[in-house]
Every structure is written in structure tokens, then in C-alpha cells.
Design a binder for this molecule. Structure first.
Ligand SMILES: N[C@@H](CCC(=O)N[C@@H](CS)C(=O)NCC(=O)O)C(=O)O
Length: 214
């Protein structure tokens, strides 16, 4: 088994889906979390940044080799652990979900980075009235279609958990922290979320992971 180290800041952010993949696979890995102080400074990062391939985090180290780009890291780990879909078509379906969640993440980021409170409220309302319903509809259609094709597996692609499921689970963690009721009318998505949260490979990690705002 290769030696894995994941370096990221001490938040979930772009590092959390790789952490979930490594945890799900049950492999030992060094979860290197750089602490940022209350002024947003991180001395450890200032030192490390020039040594990182793209001067950004997360970075996955595999037996001393460094890999950048969170989605590349996710796809690499998913391939290594058999969580990327079992056929070429399933792989495409998994990536479709991952890219869809990246679109949602970009929408939510507008809320996170907006400083003006009035504009922030407007973005929040737009998320609730337009953006979340759009993405819920997409995911419900995917779940339904996969249910028909894969004997009610309960997962988004194929008959077992893939990167797609982890991606959806994690991408909604932050929206649910600011808008806790958004899944109230979406029973299937609630059940899907619960399925990941209580999965025997993940439940302990998710229950005990550091609580962070993002
Ligand atoms: N597309 C890249 C973006 C990486 C990125 O922007 N990382 C941020 C943290 S989320 C970072 O390293 N910021 C510190 C810096 O730029 O100095 C990915 O998905 O990995």
C-alpha cells in the first residue's frame, strides 16, 4: 500500500472529499492540517507554498510524489480504490455528478465571499429559491434513474458507493449548515445523505471530524 499524505488547511473545503475517499478505503494516511490564525495568517503555509507544485492546497503525496488540484486528487483516489464507476459509462456518470457539484460549490462561494450584508442576503435568498431546487431536481432525477437501472441501490451511480455519493454528501454539508431546512421536502436526498453519514466505513470519521465552518 502506498504511503499517503494529504496536506490542506484545517477546514473541510477542498480537502474533505479526498479525506472521505481515503477514510472510506480504510487506508492509513497522514492528515496534515495547516492552522490559520484569527487574522488569516498561516506561517507554516508561507514556508510550504513555494515547495508545492501549483502553490495551492490541497496536495496529495503518494510515496513522495506530489499531486495538486482537488478534483484530480479525487478522481485519482477514486480510481485507486474502485470508487469511480465500474464501466466507462459509469465513470462518466460519476464525473458528471462531481462536475455538477463543482457548479453548486461556485454558486455557494458567491455567498461565502460576499462582504456586503444586503448583497449576501440577496444571494442567500437566490440560493434557496432557485439554486438549491435546481440542483435537488438534477440529483433526484439521477437517483431515480439509477434506482430503475440498478435495483434500488440507493446510490447515485451503479450498485455501490462511488465518488459521486461522497461529492454530493460533502458539497451539501456547508449549505445545510447555513440553511438547515433545505432538505425538508426532499426525502430521497435526506435518505441518501443518511446512507453516507451512517456507512460503516465513514460513520466514526464523520461523527468525530473536527467541526469547522467550511
Ligand atoms: N482548483 C484548485 C484550487 C486550489 C486553491 O485555490 N486552494 C486554496 C485553498 S481552497 C489555496 O491554496 N489558497 C492559498 C493560496 O493561494 O496561497 C483545487 O481545486 O485544488
Amino acid at each position: 500500500m502506498p504511503k499517503y499524505k494529504l496536506t490542506y488547511f484545517d477546514v473541510r473545503g477542498r480537502g474533505e472529499i479526498p479525506r472521505l475517499l481515503l477514510t472510506y478505503a480504510g487506508v492509513k494516511f497522514e492528515d496534515k492540517r495547516l492552522k490559520v490564525d484569527s487574522n488569516g495568517n498561516c506561517n507554516e503555509w508561507i514556508e510550504l507554498k513555494p515547495k508545492m507544485p501549483q502553490r495551492v492546497l490541497p496536495v496529495l503525496e503518494v510515496d513522495g510524489k506530489l499531486l495538486s488540484q482537488s478534483l484530480t486528487i479525487c478522481r485519482y483516489l477514486a480510481r485507486e480504490f474502485g470508487l469511480c464507476g465500474k464501466t466507462s459509462w459509469e465513470q462518466a456518470l460519476v464525473e458528471q455528478v462531481v462536475d455538477t457539484m463543482d457548479d453548486l460549490r461556485a454558486e455557494v462561494a458567491k455567498w461565502i465571499y460576499e462582504k456586503d450584508t444586503e448583497k449576501k442576503d440577496e444571494i442567500g435568498s437566490h440560493l434557496r429559491s432557485e439554486i438549491y431546487p435546481k440542483f435537488f431536481g438534477i440529483l433526484e432525477d439521477i437517483l431515480k434513474e439509477n434506482e430503475e437501472n440498478n435495483n434500488r441501490s440507493g446510490y447515485l451511480v451503479g450498485d455501490s458507493l462511488t465518488l459521486a455519493d461522497l461529492s454530493v454528501f460533502e458539497t451539501f454539508t456547508f449549505p445545510l449548515s447555513i440553511h438547515p431546512d433545505i432538505l425538508d421536502d426532499h426525502l430521497e436526498l435526506q435518505e441518501h445523505r443518511k446512507r453516507i453519514e451512517t456507512h460503516k466505513h465513514l460513520a466514526d470519521y464523520i461523527k468525530n471530524r473536527p467541526v469547522r465552518p467550511v
